[in-house]
Design a protein around this ligand. Sequence first.
Ligand code: ADP
Ligand code: MG
Length: 208
Amino acid sequence: MSITTGTLRNWLRHAAALIHEQRDYLTRLDAAIGDGDHGVNLDRGFTAIVESLAQHHGGDAGTILKTAAMRLIATVGGASGPLYGTAFRRAGKLNEGCQSLDEHQVLAMLQAFLDGVSTLGKAHPGDKTMVDALAPAVEAYAQALSEQQSLAEALQRAAAAAHQGAAATIPLLARRGRASYLGERAIGHQDPGATSAALLIQALAEVV
Ligand code: ADP
Ligand code: MG
C-alpha cells in the first residue's frame, strides 16, 4: 500500500475541512493561553491551500507539499504559520520527484514534518507545543511498522497517539510560544497547536 499524490491532495483538503469545522474550538483554546487566533489563522491558511490545489493540477508529492508550505507561510502568520510552513517544506523537499510514498517513505515524511517544527521552534516534548502531538505520532507510527502493521493501521495509531499527546498537554507548563508568558496560569488548558497538529495527523489517517 502507498500514498499517491491524489491521497496527499485529499489529505490537505480533508485537513482544511477538519480545521474549518474545529476553527472556533481551536480559537477558544488559544484564547485561554494565547491570543485567540489559532483557529482563524489556520482556517485562512488551509483555505488558501485548497484554492492553490484547485488551480494547479498534477505535480509530484514534493510540489504538492511545498505548495502547502508556501501558502501557510504567506497567509497564516503568528507562530504556527512559519512552524507548519517549515514542516511542510521539509516534507516536500524530501519527496521531490516522488509520485507515491510507501509506508517507510510516509515515516520519513512524518519525521521530516516533526523535524521542521522542532528545528525552527526549538521545542522539546513536554514543552506544551505541537511537538507534544507530533512526536508521539511519529513514535506510534514507527512502532506499528516494526510490528508489520499496514500503512492505514500505522496512521490510525499515529492519530490516536497525537490526540493523546494533545490531551496530555493540559497539566503542563508552557516553555515555548506565547503561552510560556503565563507561567502556571497555562496549567489546566490544552495546547491549541498540539490540538491542530493532531487534527492534521487524523486527516491523513482518515483519507488513507
Ligand atoms: P501565536 O502564538 O503567534 O498567536 P498561533 O496561535 O497560531 O500563534 O499558534 C500557537 C501555537 O503554536 C501554540 O499552541 C504552540 O503549539 C505552537 N508554538 C508556539 N511556539 C512554538 C515553538 N517554539 N515550537 C513549537 N510550537 C510552538
Ligand atoms: Mg495565537
